[in-house]
Write a protein that binds this ligand. Structure first.
Ligand code: SF4
Length: 453
């Protein structure tokens, strides 16, 4: 029996499967079939829960910074913003490819250089057609124009923001080349305060991701950034490290030790113990490492609970089962308790499955026994305790010379991060590593010149 057939044999079925659901399952199945056999691992999410993630491009290729690692072309700052109708076409192509709830990065160059109502209507349109947009930014304009972010949140329904902050960012006030990442913590603190104030002021949901470009210069600083994020989990629930690829305007070079595994070692040093490098696969394991965690905080400590620990088959089996049975219905934004209640009652109709989950829950609690007593004591005595999710990601884009190699071709075939170009969905690595972004910039420049814009 194939892995997929075994996987699909459980079928708890929480609700009637609609035509839209069946169409989405069909999309997943096609993605699954596209994956090479050896990537159809038990922890593979592509083709089970998602087709891929997507991103926009060309919306506003200009940038107000001059980062030493930058995928933009040398023409970027001469381009004009993309007309809204073309932004809409990109979003519609992404919606067709990704399906409902598709995760889309609203990115380009620095998209907050657009007037807020322009960016806002792109966000609103993405949400209207059923995408899940995240605005990617260096954040500088959010500090300069205090009403920018609240307007995106209240008027246009923005719920997700990706903030890029690191020592490659030439142009950020307070940044000097040669600083360590720790020196940027006051800037990170300022953004954390801004986001918390906006949430309080608007009473809306606003989840943030923190992205960090990794170069040979700041590789050793990764633990400092990880520890900062652990202390700011009310604001950030995703941290993504991106080793530099030698594309676009990038001046930083990738040293031989700047590889996925080495970056992961530094992440593990930040959390204080080794994490399972294969907790979850999303596409090709040489493209990214993704680890879902729960962070339990009380006293002055954070305790990390890995969803899938290395060499724990029961964790893996439960993760598979949760992916297949629950993930289509889970609302990651709704919190643990609401999701628990959502699944608990239907599970009562499947006592065998429920019994296994209860047994598994006890097994996991037993594994936390070294600090579980203190946790319960804090809880019982009304002292603050927090349980929050965290996703740690390392995503390694390819440099041009890696694309046309056996491994590069295999990674492209399994790609889970795509942009719409013409009638196709193109890997972000091809977009930045083949000159395609530059060609699109030039095309846009020529079009603007002809139209007299
Ligand atoms: S964009 Fe590149 S690194 Fe990312 S998933 Fe696609 S092929 Fe892999």
């Amino acid at each position: 029996m194939s892995m997929l057939a075994w996987f699909r044999g459980w079928n708890v079925h929480f609700s009637a499967r609609s035509a839209a659901h069946r169409l989405q399952q069909q999309r997943y199945l096609e993605k699954w079939k596209e994956l090479p056999e050896h990537l159809r691992t038990p922890q593979q999410v592509a083709g089970i829960r998602a087709v891929a993630c997507g991103a926009t491009h060309s919306l506003m290729e200009k940038c107000n910074f001059a980062c030493t690692s930058c995928y933009l072309s040398e023409s970027a700052n001469h381009t004009r913003p993309l007309p809204f109708e073309e932004a809409k076409s990109q979003l519609e192509a992404l919606r067709r490819y990704l399906g409902p709830g598709g995760k889309v990065q609203v990115t380009s160059g620095e998209v907050t250089l657009l007037p807020v109502d322009e960016l806002g209507r792109i966000v609103a349109y993405a949400r209207k057609i059923g995408l899940d947009p995240m605005v990617m930014t260096n954040g500088q304009r959010l500090l300069q124009i205090p009403e920018y972010l609240p307007t995106l949140v209240v008027k246009y329904g923005l719920e997700k923001l990706g903030l890029h902050i690191d020592t490659t960012q030439k142009g950020r006030p307070g940044m000097r080349l040669g600083l360590r990442e720790e020196a940027l913590h006051p800037i990170r603190d300022r953004f954390a305060r801004l986001l918390e104030e906006v949430k309080k002021q608007t009473r809306r949901r606003l989840h943030a991701a923190h992205t960090v470009t990794v170069t040979p210069h700041n590789l050793d600083d990764i633990p400092q950034v990880v520890r900062w994020v652990l202390d700011h989990l009310d604001t950030f629930r995703l941290i993504s490290f991106l080793p530099v690829a030698e594309v676009g305007r990038t001046q930083d070079r990738r040293s031989p030790d700047l590889i996925l595994e080495r970056v992961w070692e530094k992440v593990c040093a930040g959390v204080g113990h080794p994490l399972n490098r294969h907790a979850m696969h999303f596409g090709h394991p040489q493209c990214n490492i993704t680890a879902p965690l729960l962070v339990v905080s009380f006293g002055r400590c954070h305790h990390l609970v890995e969803v899938v620990r290395a060499d724990h088959q029961w964790d893996l089996r439960t993760f598979q089962r949760a992916l297949w049975e629950f993930s289509a219905y889970a609302d990651l934004d709704a919190g643990l308790v609401r999701n628990f209640l959502k699944f608990f009652w239907p599970l009562l109709r499947h006592p065998g499955v429920l019994a296994e989950f209860i047994a598994y829950g006890c097994y996991r609690l037993w594994s936390l026994r070294s600090w579980l007593g203190s946790f319960l004591l804090h809880l019982a005595t009304g002292r603050p305790v927090q349980v929050r999710p965290l996703l740690i990601v390392v995503h390694q884009f390819m440099s041009p010379h890696e694309l046309d190699t056996p491994l590069g071709r295999e990674r492209l075939a399994a790609c889970v991060f795509k942009v719409p170009v013409g009638n196709s969905m193109v890997s972000m690595c091809q977009m930045n590593g083949t000159g395609l972004r530059r060609a699109l910039n030039l095309q846009q420049l020529n079009g603007s010149a002809r139209a007299g814009r």
